[in-house]
Design a protein around this ligand. Sequence first.
Ligand SMILES: [Zn+2]
Length: 67
Amino acid sequence: MSRASGNTGTAGVPRIHCPSCRKPGDWSAESPFRPFCSERCRLIDLGAWASERYAIPVETPPDQDEF
Ligand SMILES: [Zn+2]
């Protein structure tokens, strides 16, 4: 019974849960949206953070084409 040094699991890729949708996924070093599973979830989390911080009572139309 030897104590292994390090915290590597059975698999080489650590598993994560997306903070936004709680969906389990692989923590890939190539993922640009870490720790989120996708860009969509990242934007959702950023939006929630911004609304919580600033509490802006503004409704943004989803189909706004204004540039
Ligand atoms: Zn997600």
